[in-house]
Design a protein around this ligand. Structure first.
Ligand SMILES: Cc1ncc(COP(=O)(O)O)c(C=O)c1O
Length: 395
């Protein structure tokens, strides 16, 4: 029946991270002892103060449709957050709350992209960026990087990738999957290039901003020349361990916010009202309230870098944020291990699943075909066991 489906859906790739997670779940259901390091979500419970705000909202009978772009007091909390954390000034008319940052990104793509437009994706990039650009009938254009440049692109590469068709760049720092955080100077150098091309819009995805290990994340919109053409995307999923609550938001030019509001009004309406109330509690809390999670991720990052660093063939950068390591494993390409031919990152990832019962995600879908993504949002014991299994599988 595939030919009955729209070209739109037929051209859409399946999310590689969700596909691997589904495969891991399937194997677990068959009784296999799988350690899943494939998904991008904190292994913490949502903090109690946020849960209590949600319970209060239920008891206060928050049960009707909210405004499409979010409750006014949630928008106020978002405005205060943008000022406090990013030095950004937004008015309520510039804010739209959505069902996860994923919807925020999809909204932006749908309201800005036309067929034939090109979307620049500094690689590695989050898997859904290319799919969302394709849904917007645009062409994703990768700007490659490698571990040798700490997975960062240069201004010269950006300049070279721009064509008259370039409409947007999707930028993400701290980065999923590499964990890399661009410095303010690096942002400014990229902005210098964009200043020469006033018709290019920037989607700045800052969802991992609070999960950093000392280097503070910067915002594209904090550069004066970029403010009017940057849409800042953020959400509560990662920093507040609220992946399932599904709240994301944007701050951006009013005309873009208005268009997102219009689109959302025809597709989902306002985001879940209880989750919106809980998000107010999350955003109004001092950042120190979530520090225990960041500290734990920091400890695990150091541990997994230390353990993986001892395995021959694993080339590692030091991620400054997020909760992933992204080793370059191309040293294994062309080898045969335990009957598995390893010619690409997918082969290696499938080998780890088959021989070590470890679920990771191949770098191909992130635009980095030499790497695999390993999430360390798992317990210390699980991480130690996982690395020891990888070592044994490779022995
Ligand atoms: C870089 C990046 N942006 C956006 C999202 C989506 O966030 P949400 O769960 O709020 O839709 C994710 C989730 O994995 C992500 O890694």
């Amino acid at each position: 029946m595939k030919d009955q489906l729209s070209n739109r859906i037929n051209s859409l790739p399946v999310s590689a991270t969700l596909a691997m997670a589904a495969k891991a779940r399937e194997l677990k259901a068959e009784g296999k002892d799988i350690i899943s390091l494939s998904l991008g979500e904190p292994d913490f419970n949502t903090p109690d103060f946020i849960k209590e705000a949600a319970i209060q909202a239920v008891n206060d009978n928050y049960s009707s449709y909210s405004p499409v772009d979010g409750y006014a007091d949630l928008k106020d909390a978002i405005i205060t957050k943008f000022k406090r954390d990013n030095g950004l000034d937004y008015k309520p008319s510039q804010i739209v709350v959505s069902t996860g940052a994923k919807q925020s990104i999809a909204n932006i793509a749908m309201v800005l992209l036309n067929p034939g437009d090109e979307v620049l994706l500094p690689a590695p990039y989050w898997v859904s960026y290319s799919a969302i650009a394709i849904l917007g009938e645009a062409t994703p254009v990768e700007i490659p990087s490698s571990i040798d440049t700490d997975f960062k692109i240069t201004p010269a590469q950006l300049e070279a990738a721009i064509t008259p068709k370039t409409k947007m760049i999707f930028f993400n720092s701290p980065n999923n999957p590499s964990g890399v955080i661009y410095s303010e100077a690096e942002y400014r150098a990229l902005a210098k290039v964009l200043e020469k091309h006033p018709n290019i819009y920037v989607l700045s995805d800052e969802i991992y901003e609070h999960i950093n290990y000392g280097q503070k994340a910067f915002s594209f919109a904090a550069i004066e020349s970029m403010y009017d053409r940057t849409i800042t995307v953020n959400g509560v999923a990662k920093a507040f361990a609220m992946t399932g609550w599904r709240i994301g938001y944007i701050g951006g030019p009013e005309w873009i916010a208005r268009a997102c509001n219009k689109l959302q009004g025809q597709i989902t309406s306002g985001a879940n009202c209880i989750a919106q109330r809980a998000t107010i509690a999350a955003l109004e809390a001092p950042i120190s309230k979530i520090k225990y999670m960041v500290d734990e991720f920091h400890k695990r990052r150091d541990m997994i870098l230390d353990l993986l660093g001892k395995i021959d063939g694993f080339k590692l950068n030091i991620p400054g944020g997020a909760f992933y390591v992204f080793p370059d494993i191309s040293a294994f390409f062309g080898k045969e291990i335990k009957g598995h031919k390893i010619n690409c990152a997918s082969d290696f990832s499938l080998f780890l699943l088959a021989e070590a019962n470890i679920a990771t995600v191949s770098g191909e879908s992130f635009g980095s075909p030499n790497c695999i993504r390993i999430s360390y949002a798992a317990s210390e014991a699980q991480l130690r066991e996982a690395v020891s299994r990888i070592e044994k599988a490779l022995a």
